[in-house]
Design a protein. Structure first.
Length: 255
């Protein structure tokens, strides 16, 4: 994300208020609510597939995914159903696959008026994918063309996972419920972004309280982070996998 876009995101309230993004030709794209989280998990793996997983070519990503379904280990009928479910969830309308002899696309249909409003095709899928991932805090793993670098990156991620505290989304929900005073019914209507923002803010409050208390008895000067300090909600877990990324400059295959 560019610096200007980062500042724009920081100054926007659309994510914390769960407002939709709009793409001309597609319509409004809504963030996933927690009540639909399980359904979203069933099809969101498709979002992790990027052009970095294929050899360089001019074929759009959506076309590559369908062309490579067998290599990806996905049956074509399952792929279609997953995309239909994914698009229906984020657009909050029924989306289905349509095709002719030359091409295919996804769209909705208003039966009463017999007209089409939404069309998702080769030309706008990438933008739609980017928005869905950002709204729901999905981060694209780094793909290294050099197998050795990729192997070490995977090991770093595995090590981080083993050494970190295991926290599931259910743990996020119960924490926000207990400290935020929301009911489970209210939490079901929250988005993933809202849940994570509340959870991390609670963490900031608890850290502030503990550090402030320790500072009153410590003989050393202690730096206390403000509880309202800005949260970096889009900090990717795949950033800074190596101590000094400049050491990887010799590997030209980093993408």
């Amino acid at each position: 994300m560019s610096e200007s876009n980062q500042l724009k995101s920081l100054n926007s309230l659309k994510h914390i208020f769960a407002q939709p993004e709009h793409i001309e030709g597609i319509g409004d794209i809504y963030p996933i609510k927690l009540k639909d989280y399980d359904k979203f998990q069933e099809c969101s793996n498709l979002l992790y597939i990027s052009k970095k997983h294929f050899q360089e070519c001019d074929i759009p990503l959506l076309g590559l995914i369908f062309m490579s379904a067998e290599q990806l280990g996905i049956k074509e009928e399952d792929l279609i159903l997953s995309f239909e479910k994914l698009f229906s969830l984020v657009l909050r309308k029924t989306i289905s696959l349509h095709s002719n002899n030359e091409n295919f696309w996804f769209q909705d249909k208003i039966e009463s008026e017999m007209k089409y409003n939404t069309i998702i095709n080769f030309f706008n899928y990438d933008e739609l994918r980017t928005i869905i991932m950002k709204q729901n805090l999905i981060f694209e793993p780094k793909v290294y063309k050099d197998p050795l670098v990729q192997e070490w990156a995977n090991k770093v991620l595995e090590s981080r996972s083993k050494n970190s505290v295991k926290i599931t989304i259910e743990d996020f929900i119960t924490t926000v419920k207990n400290f935020g005073g929301l009911t489970y019914e209210q939490l079901m209507e929250q988005t993933i972004y809202q849940l994570y923002a509340d959870f991390y803010r609670i963490g900031k409050f608890k850290q502030f309280e503990q550090t402030s208390l320790f500072a009153t008895v410590s003989m050393e000067k202690i730096s206390i982070e403000h509880f309202a300090q800005s949260l970096d909600m889009w900090k990717s877990p795949y950033d800074n996998l190596f101590v000094d990324s400049s050491k990887l400059d010799k590997f030209k295959g980093i993408t």
